[in-house]
Ligand binder design. Structure first.
Ligand SMILES: NC(=O)C1=CN([C@@H]2O[C@H](COP(=O)(O)OP(=O)(O)OC[C@H]3O[C@@H](n4cnc5c(N)ncnc54)[C@H](OP(=O)(O)O)[C@@H]3O)[C@@H](O)[C@H]2O)C=CC1
Ligand SMILES: CC(C)(CO)C(=O)C(=O)O
Length: 313
Protein backbone atom coordinates (compact mmCIF):
# COMPACT_ATOMS: atom_id res chain seq x y z
CA UNK A 1 0.00 0.00 0.00
CA UNK A 2 1.04 3.61 -0.61
CA UNK A 3 0.94 5.17 2.85
CA UNK A 4 1.55 8.71 4.10
CA UNK A 5 2.17 9.53 7.74
CA UNK A 6 0.69 13.00 8.16
CA UNK A 7 2.60 14.32 11.17
CA UNK A 8 5.82 12.39 11.70
CA UNK A 9 6.73 13.10 15.29
CA UNK A 10 7.34 10.41 17.89
CA UNK A 11 4.39 8.14 17.15
CA UNK A 12 4.25 8.88 13.41
CA UNK A 13 7.91 7.84 12.95
CA UNK A 14 7.32 4.63 14.94
CA UNK A 15 4.31 3.67 12.84
CA UNK A 16 6.02 4.63 9.56
CA UNK A 17 9.08 2.59 10.49
CA UNK A 18 7.09 -0.58 11.26
CA UNK A 19 4.93 -0.28 8.15
CA UNK A 20 7.91 0.24 5.83
CA UNK A 21 9.83 -2.64 7.43
CA UNK A 22 6.92 -4.94 6.62
CA UNK A 23 6.99 -3.93 2.95
CA UNK A 24 4.58 -0.99 2.66
CA UNK A 25 5.50 2.09 0.57
CA UNK A 26 5.70 4.80 3.26
CA UNK A 27 6.27 8.56 3.03
CA UNK A 28 6.73 10.58 6.22
CA UNK A 29 5.21 14.08 6.11
CA UNK A 30 6.05 16.91 8.50
CA UNK A 31 6.87 20.63 8.61
CA UNK A 32 9.79 20.50 11.05
CA UNK A 33 12.76 21.47 8.86
CA UNK A 34 15.63 19.97 10.91
CA UNK A 35 13.75 16.69 11.41
CA UNK A 36 13.04 16.37 7.65
CA UNK A 37 16.65 17.20 6.76
CA UNK A 38 18.08 14.70 9.26
CA UNK A 39 15.83 11.81 8.21
CA UNK A 40 16.19 12.55 4.48
CA UNK A 41 19.99 12.66 4.74
CA UNK A 42 20.80 10.06 7.40
CA UNK A 43 17.65 7.91 7.65
CA UNK A 44 15.46 7.53 10.73
CA UNK A 45 17.32 6.49 13.88
CA UNK A 46 14.88 4.64 16.06
CA UNK A 47 15.12 2.50 19.19
CA UNK A 48 12.25 0.01 19.46
CA UNK A 49 11.94 -1.62 22.87
CA UNK A 50 15.67 -1.08 23.44
CA UNK A 51 16.84 -2.24 19.98
CA UNK A 52 18.49 0.47 17.85
CA UNK A 53 17.99 0.65 14.10
CA UNK A 54 18.44 3.01 11.20
CA UNK A 55 16.10 3.00 8.21
CA UNK A 56 16.27 5.05 5.02
CA UNK A 57 12.84 6.63 4.65
CA UNK A 58 11.15 9.08 2.27
CA UNK A 59 10.25 12.32 4.04
CA UNK A 60 9.02 15.71 2.85
CA UNK A 61 6.62 18.56 3.59
CA UNK A 62 2.93 17.82 2.94
CA UNK A 63 2.79 20.07 -0.15
CA UNK A 64 5.77 18.28 -1.72
CA UNK A 65 4.03 14.89 -2.04
CA UNK A 66 2.04 14.80 -5.24
CA UNK A 67 0.21 11.50 -5.55
CA UNK A 68 -2.95 10.05 -4.08
CA UNK A 69 -2.36 7.65 -1.20
CA UNK A 70 -4.11 4.36 -0.39
CA UNK A 71 -4.00 5.16 3.32
CA UNK A 72 -3.00 8.14 5.45
CA UNK A 73 -2.27 7.91 9.18
CA UNK A 74 -2.70 11.31 10.83
CA UNK A 75 -0.32 11.80 13.76
CA UNK A 76 -0.31 15.53 14.45
CA UNK A 77 -1.09 17.00 17.83
CA UNK A 78 -4.84 17.65 18.23
CA UNK A 79 -4.49 21.37 17.56
CA UNK A 80 -2.57 20.68 14.32
CA UNK A 81 -5.14 18.32 12.79
CA UNK A 82 -7.17 20.94 10.91
CA UNK A 83 -4.17 22.60 9.24
CA UNK A 84 -2.64 19.20 8.38
CA UNK A 85 -5.93 18.11 6.73
CA UNK A 86 -5.91 21.32 4.68
CA UNK A 87 -2.36 20.70 3.52
CA UNK A 88 -2.92 17.05 2.48
CA UNK A 89 -6.18 17.57 0.59
CA UNK A 90 -4.40 16.86 -2.75
CA UNK A 91 -3.24 13.35 -1.70
CA UNK A 92 -6.71 12.21 -0.59
CA UNK A 93 -8.49 10.35 -3.39
CA UNK A 94 -12.03 8.89 -3.51
CA UNK A 95 -10.84 5.64 -1.86
CA UNK A 96 -8.04 6.90 0.42
CA UNK A 97 -8.52 5.60 3.95
CA UNK A 98 -7.67 8.15 6.66
CA UNK A 99 -6.80 6.63 10.03
CA UNK A 100 -6.83 8.83 13.15
CA UNK A 101 -5.23 7.58 16.38
CA UNK A 102 -4.74 10.95 18.06
CA UNK A 103 -5.38 11.38 21.74
CA UNK A 104 -8.27 13.67 22.57
CA UNK A 105 -11.96 14.15 21.87
CA UNK A 106 -13.83 15.56 18.88
CA UNK A 107 -11.50 14.58 16.01
CA UNK A 108 -14.14 12.75 13.93
CA UNK A 109 -16.04 16.03 13.52
CA UNK A 110 -12.89 17.74 12.24
CA UNK A 111 -12.06 14.92 9.83
CA UNK A 112 -15.58 14.88 8.38
CA UNK A 113 -14.91 18.35 6.96
CA UNK A 114 -12.15 16.92 4.76
CA UNK A 115 -12.81 13.21 4.20
CA UNK A 116 -15.86 11.20 3.13
CA UNK A 117 -17.10 9.38 6.26
CA UNK A 118 -16.86 6.03 4.42
CA UNK A 119 -13.08 6.43 4.41
CA UNK A 120 -12.55 7.55 8.02
CA UNK A 121 -11.19 5.01 10.49
CA UNK A 122 -11.00 6.10 14.12
CA UNK A 123 -8.95 4.47 16.85
CA UNK A 124 -6.59 4.68 19.78
CA UNK A 125 -3.20 3.31 20.72
CA UNK A 126 -1.17 2.80 23.87
CA UNK A 127 2.19 2.41 22.15
CA UNK A 128 4.55 4.91 23.81
CA UNK A 129 7.01 7.08 21.89
CA UNK A 130 9.25 10.12 22.13
CA UNK A 131 11.67 12.25 20.08
CA UNK A 132 15.21 12.40 21.47
CA UNK A 133 16.52 14.84 18.83
CA UNK A 134 15.61 15.66 15.20
CA UNK A 135 15.65 12.33 13.32
CA UNK A 136 16.14 10.28 16.49
CA UNK A 137 13.12 8.65 18.17
CA UNK A 138 12.15 5.82 20.49
CA UNK A 139 9.09 3.57 20.42
CA UNK A 140 8.12 1.19 23.23
CA UNK A 141 5.48 -1.27 24.40
CA UNK A 142 3.26 -3.79 22.67
CA UNK A 143 0.27 -1.65 21.69
CA UNK A 144 -2.45 -2.47 20.86
CA UNK A 145 -3.92 -0.22 18.17
CA UNK A 146 -7.72 -0.49 18.41
CA UNK A 147 -9.71 0.84 15.46
CA UNK A 148 -13.07 0.82 13.71
CA UNK A 149 -14.66 2.16 10.50
CA UNK A 150 -16.82 5.28 11.09
CA UNK A 151 -19.32 4.19 8.45
CA UNK A 152 -20.96 0.94 9.60
CA UNK A 153 -20.89 -0.39 5.98
CA UNK A 154 -17.12 -0.12 5.69
CA UNK A 155 -15.89 -2.82 8.07
CA UNK A 156 -13.91 -4.57 5.33
CA UNK A 157 -11.68 -1.49 4.84
CA UNK A 158 -10.96 -1.27 8.57
CA UNK A 159 -10.13 -4.99 8.70
CA UNK A 160 -7.56 -4.52 5.92
CA UNK A 161 -5.84 -1.85 8.02
CA UNK A 162 -6.01 -4.07 11.13
CA UNK A 163 -4.39 -6.86 9.14
CA UNK A 164 -1.64 -4.57 7.84
CA UNK A 165 -0.91 -3.31 11.38
CA UNK A 166 -0.85 -6.85 12.66
CA UNK A 167 1.63 -7.97 9.96
CA UNK A 168 3.90 -5.02 10.73
CA UNK A 169 4.08 -5.87 14.44
CA UNK A 170 1.94 -2.92 15.55
CA UNK A 171 -0.69 -5.16 17.12
CA UNK A 172 -3.82 -4.01 15.29
CA UNK A 173 -7.14 -5.02 16.82
CA UNK A 174 -10.67 -4.40 15.51
CA UNK A 175 -12.83 -2.52 18.01
CA UNK A 176 -16.58 -3.15 18.03
CA UNK A 177 -17.18 0.17 19.77
CA UNK A 178 -14.53 2.75 18.99
CA UNK A 179 -16.50 5.51 20.75
CA UNK A 180 -16.15 3.58 23.98
CA UNK A 181 -12.46 2.92 23.26
CA UNK A 182 -11.92 6.64 22.58
CA UNK A 183 -13.55 7.72 25.86
CA UNK A 184 -11.58 5.12 27.81
CA UNK A 185 -8.36 6.37 26.17
CA UNK A 186 -9.40 9.94 27.01
CA UNK A 187 -9.53 8.83 30.67
CA UNK A 188 -5.98 7.48 30.29
CA UNK A 189 -4.76 10.84 29.02
CA UNK A 190 -7.00 12.92 31.30
CA UNK A 191 -5.28 11.25 34.24
CA UNK A 192 -1.78 10.08 33.20
CA UNK A 193 -0.89 12.88 30.78
CA UNK A 194 -2.27 15.78 32.80
CA UNK A 195 -0.98 14.60 36.19
CA UNK A 196 2.50 13.60 34.94
CA UNK A 197 2.82 16.96 33.17
CA UNK A 198 1.76 18.87 36.30
CA UNK A 199 3.86 16.82 38.71
CA UNK A 200 6.86 16.50 36.35
CA UNK A 201 6.86 12.73 36.88
CA UNK A 202 6.65 9.40 35.12
CA UNK A 203 3.42 7.39 35.14
CA UNK A 204 4.88 5.01 37.72
CA UNK A 205 5.76 7.89 40.07
CA UNK A 206 2.29 9.45 39.84
CA UNK A 207 0.53 6.10 40.29
CA UNK A 208 2.46 5.42 43.49
CA UNK A 209 1.43 8.65 45.25
CA UNK A 210 -0.85 8.52 48.31
CA UNK A 211 -3.47 10.67 46.54
CA UNK A 212 -3.72 8.70 43.28
CA UNK A 213 -7.02 7.00 44.15
CA UNK A 214 -8.93 10.20 44.81
CA UNK A 215 -7.41 11.90 41.73
CA UNK A 216 -8.35 8.95 39.48
CA UNK A 217 -11.83 8.71 40.92
CA UNK A 218 -12.46 12.49 40.61
CA UNK A 219 -11.24 12.80 37.02
CA UNK A 220 -12.72 9.53 35.68
CA UNK A 221 -16.14 10.29 37.22
CA UNK A 222 -16.25 13.62 35.37
CA UNK A 223 -15.20 12.02 32.05
CA UNK A 224 -17.79 9.25 32.52
CA UNK A 225 -20.58 11.76 33.19
CA UNK A 226 -19.88 13.68 29.97
CA UNK A 227 -19.40 10.45 27.96
CA UNK A 228 -22.93 9.44 29.00
CA UNK A 229 -24.61 12.82 28.51
CA UNK A 230 -22.88 13.76 25.27
CA UNK A 231 -22.25 10.47 23.45
CA UNK A 232 -24.43 7.94 25.22
CA UNK A 233 -21.33 5.94 26.23
CA UNK A 234 -21.47 4.10 29.56
CA UNK A 235 -18.02 3.95 31.16
CA UNK A 236 -17.92 1.74 34.25
CA UNK A 237 -15.87 3.92 36.64
CA UNK A 238 -14.37 1.09 38.71
CA UNK A 239 -13.52 -0.96 35.62
CA UNK A 240 -11.93 2.08 33.97
CA UNK A 241 -9.79 2.78 37.04
CA UNK A 242 -8.66 -0.87 37.08
CA UNK A 243 -7.78 -0.56 33.37
CA UNK A 244 -5.73 2.60 34.12
CA UNK A 245 -3.84 0.91 36.95
CA UNK A 246 -3.06 -2.14 34.81
CA UNK A 247 -1.86 0.07 31.96
CA UNK A 248 0.24 2.14 34.40
CA UNK A 249 2.11 -1.03 35.36
CA UNK A 250 2.95 -1.72 31.71
CA UNK A 251 4.01 1.81 30.68
CA UNK A 252 5.21 3.12 34.07
CA UNK A 253 8.59 4.38 32.89
CA UNK A 254 7.01 6.58 30.18
CA UNK A 255 6.73 10.38 30.37
CA UNK A 256 3.37 10.88 28.61
CA UNK A 257 3.22 13.01 25.48
CA UNK A 258 1.83 16.00 27.42
CA UNK A 259 4.86 15.93 29.71
CA UNK A 260 7.06 15.82 26.60
CA UNK A 261 5.21 18.85 25.18
CA UNK A 262 6.05 20.99 28.21
CA UNK A 263 9.63 19.68 28.25
CA UNK A 264 9.93 20.77 24.59
CA UNK A 265 8.26 24.15 25.21
CA UNK A 266 5.28 23.21 23.06
CA UNK A 267 1.54 23.69 23.72
CA UNK A 268 -0.34 20.75 25.22
CA UNK A 269 -3.55 18.97 24.12
CA UNK A 270 -5.30 19.74 27.42
CA UNK A 271 -8.23 21.53 25.71
CA UNK A 272 -9.07 18.29 23.86
CA UNK A 273 -9.04 16.24 27.09
CA UNK A 274 -9.84 17.61 30.58
CA UNK A 275 -10.62 21.01 29.00
CA UNK A 276 -13.19 19.46 26.64
CA UNK A 277 -14.85 17.67 29.58
CA UNK A 278 -14.94 20.88 31.66
CA UNK A 279 -16.48 22.83 28.74
CA UNK A 280 -19.07 20.14 28.00
CA UNK A 281 -19.97 19.96 31.71
CA UNK A 282 -20.73 23.70 31.65
CA UNK A 283 -23.04 23.17 28.66
CA UNK A 284 -24.87 20.44 30.61
CA UNK A 285 -25.14 22.73 33.66
CA UNK A 286 -22.96 20.52 35.86
CA UNK A 287 -19.66 21.06 37.65
CA UNK A 288 -16.37 19.37 36.74
CA UNK A 289 -14.00 20.75 39.39
CA UNK A 290 -11.21 18.22 38.81
CA UNK A 291 -11.09 18.71 35.05
CA UNK A 292 -11.45 22.50 35.31
CA UNK A 293 -8.63 22.77 37.86
CA UNK A 294 -6.31 20.47 35.93
CA UNK A 295 -6.96 22.47 32.74
CA UNK A 296 -6.37 25.80 34.51
CA UNK A 297 -3.14 24.51 36.05
CA UNK A 298 -1.79 23.22 32.72
CA UNK A 299 -2.62 26.53 31.02
CA UNK A 300 -1.00 28.41 33.93
CA UNK A 301 2.14 26.30 33.42
CA UNK A 302 2.09 27.06 29.66
CA UNK A 303 1.77 30.78 30.52
CA UNK A 304 4.66 30.68 33.00
CA UNK A 305 6.79 28.95 30.37
CA UNK A 306 5.76 31.47 27.69
CA UNK A 307 4.16 28.76 25.54
CA UNK A 308 1.42 30.12 23.30
CA UNK A 309 -1.51 27.73 22.90
CA UNK A 310 -2.56 27.17 19.31
CA UNK A 311 -6.25 27.75 18.55
CA UNK A 312 -8.24 24.57 19.26
CA UNK A 313 -10.59 24.82 16.28
N1 LIG B 1 3.99 10.01 22.20
C1 LIG B 1 3.20 9.03 22.68
O1 LIG B 1 3.66 8.16 23.45
C2 LIG B 1 1.76 8.96 22.30
C3 LIG B 1 1.14 9.98 21.59
N2 LIG B 1 -0.19 9.87 21.26
C4 LIG B 1 -0.87 10.92 20.49
O2 LIG B 1 -0.41 10.88 19.14
C5 LIG B 1 -0.46 12.18 18.57
C6 LIG B 1 0.94 12.55 18.06
O3 LIG B 1 1.78 12.62 19.21
P1 LIG B 1 3.37 12.55 19.19
O4 LIG B 1 3.81 11.67 18.08
O5 LIG B 1 3.79 12.26 20.57
O6 LIG B 1 3.70 14.07 18.83
P2 LIG B 1 5.10 14.81 18.61
O7 LIG B 1 5.12 16.02 19.47
O8 LIG B 1 6.24 13.88 18.74
O9 LIG B 1 4.98 15.25 17.10
C7 LIG B 1 3.86 15.96 16.61
C8 LIG B 1 4.32 17.07 15.68
O10 LIG B 1 4.83 18.14 16.46
C9 LIG B 1 5.92 18.79 15.75
N3 LIG B 1 7.08 18.74 16.63
C10 LIG B 1 7.28 17.90 17.67
N4 LIG B 1 8.41 18.20 18.32
C11 LIG B 1 8.91 19.30 17.71
C12 LIG B 1 10.06 20.10 17.94
N5 LIG B 1 10.90 19.85 18.97
N6 LIG B 1 10.27 21.15 17.14
C13 LIG B 1 9.43 21.42 16.13
N7 LIG B 1 8.31 20.69 15.85
C14 LIG B 1 8.07 19.64 16.63
C15 LIG B 1 6.01 18.10 14.46
O11 LIG B 1 5.08 18.73 13.58
P3 LIG B 1 5.23 20.07 12.76
O12 LIG B 1 6.61 20.58 12.93
O13 LIG B 1 4.87 19.67 11.38
O14 LIG B 1 4.21 20.95 13.43
C16 LIG B 1 5.43 16.72 14.76
O15 LIG B 1 4.91 16.12 13.61
C17 LIG B 1 -0.97 13.11 19.68
O16 LIG B 1 -2.36 13.23 19.61
C18 LIG B 1 -0.59 12.34 20.95
O17 LIG B 1 -1.39 12.69 22.06
C19 LIG B 1 -0.90 8.74 21.54
C20 LIG B 1 -0.33 7.69 22.23
C21 LIG B 1 1.03 7.75 22.69
C1 LIG C 1 -1.05 6.13 27.09
C2 LIG C 1 0.08 7.07 26.85
C3 LIG C 1 0.48 7.56 28.19
C4 LIG C 1 1.07 6.20 26.15
O1 LIG C 1 0.46 5.44 25.16
C5 LIG C 1 -0.25 8.20 25.93
O2 LIG C 1 -1.27 8.18 25.28
C6 LIG C 1 0.63 9.39 25.79
O3 LIG C 1 1.81 9.38 26.15
O4 LIG C 1 0.11 10.40 25.29
Amino acid sequence: MKIAIAGSGALGCGFGYHLQKSGEDVTLLDNWEQHIEKISNDGLNITVNGVEDNLKMKMCRPNELNEEMDAIFVFTKSMGLKSMMESIDHIIGPDTKVICLLNGLGHLKTLENYVDKKNIIMGTTVWTAGIDAPGITHFNGQGPVELQNSDPNEKEGALLIVDMLHKSGLNGVYSDNVNYTTWRKACVNGTMNALCALLDSTIEEVFSTSTIDSMLSGIVTEFATVARLQDDIELDIEETITYLKNLAEKVGAHYPSMHQDLANNRPTEIDFLNGAVAEASKRFGIEAPYCQSVTDLIHAKEDIMGIHSAPTK
